[in-house]
Unconditional design. Structure first.
Length: 288
């Protein structure tokens, strides 16, 4: 069973604080470089100031198979503006001048492999990143990746899914540190109105596989979803709902304001289990 790296203090300390207060954490995802790195810096600082517990920085990729249309468009905008993995690492360095919010690099494996594992891990650690989630890297192929990242005190976060067997969840958890990212439903990323009714059972199975904090993502878009997850998960991951605010914002300042308002609403729901718009749990499978 995996344990949290003692050197990945920002992630492990934040989850320890949340556990002590009995509060559900909010993990905020944005695509780095959308629409520019300067804008992303302002967005991350706004998210952190509003109370985001962990921030995931999506590394733009040309073939984002796990992502729905919203985040695909964000990747396209970022790439068109010249975003690269090296640029994302420079963004991390800039964030660290103003904030100590835990930062996770959310990437497909190809950009990491292209840079080189050792070079990437050293650069990410030096910049101030805390962990990495390579969405399409399987546990079976991750031995070198995990060894090199661990040597640089970076958490390796892996994805568990509703289709994962108990044995598979245990294997995924054994390769993970920092937290386990549990996908709430099959399919790609994207905002949904409701959460699947089998999510509590999935969370119970994941709890049986690991003592790591568990963050639930894919489809978390309303404060009411946070109310549903309270007492079941350790954190909720909000992505497409935030990327949507960036896409429609008329200016960076307006985008930062909207992101802050979104996170404050999620944090309010996390603290009090209350929401002005409760999210029903869909009876009969994945919500549409």
């Amino acid at each position: 069973m995996a344990s949290v790296s003692p050197n990945s203090n920002r992630i492990s300390n934040r989850f320890a604080e949340l556990r002590a207060s009995g509060e559900l954490g909010i993990v905020a995802y944005i695509t780095a470089g959308d629409p520019s790195f300067d804008a992303s810096l302002q967005y991350v600082l706004a998210l952190a100031e509003a109370g985001a517990d962990v921030i995931e920085l999506g590394v733009p990729f040309s073939d984002p198979l796990a992502d729905g249309p919203m985040i695909q468009r964000a990747s396209e905008r970022a790439l068109k503006a010249g975003a690269t993995l090296a640029g994302v690492l420079n963004l991390v360095r800039s964030i660290r001048q103003s904030s100590q919010v835990p930062l996770v690099l959310f990437s497909y494996y190809n950009p990491v492999l292209q840079m080189g594992l050792e070079k990437f891990a050293a650069a990410a650690a030096s910049a101030g990143a805390d962990g990495v989630l390579a969405t399409d890297l399987t546990p079976e192929e991750s031995e070198d990746y995990r060894r090199i990242l661990a040597a640089h005190h970076l958490d390796t976060i892996f994805l568990g899914a509703p289709t994962s067997t108990d044995e598979r969840l245990a294997k995924i958890a054994g390769c993970s540190s920092g937290f386990l990212y549990l996908i709430s439903r099959t399919g790609v990323t994207g905002a949904k109105d409701a959460l699947p009714d089998d999510l509590p059972a999935l969370l119970r199975r994941a709890r049986g596989a690991t003592q790591l904090p568990i963050a639930v993502g894919f489809g978390i878009s309303l404060p009411g979803h946070v109310s549903v997850l309270g007492g079941l998960a350790d954190a909720a991951v909000v992505g497409s709902a935030l990327v949507s605010e960036i896409e429609k914002a008329p200016s960076v300042a307006a985008g930062a304001k909207a992101l802050g308002e979104r996170i404050r609403a999620f944090k309010e729901a996390a603290r009090h289990g209350l929401s002005r718009r409760e999210a029903p749990i869909h009876r009969g499978g994945v919500a549409t």
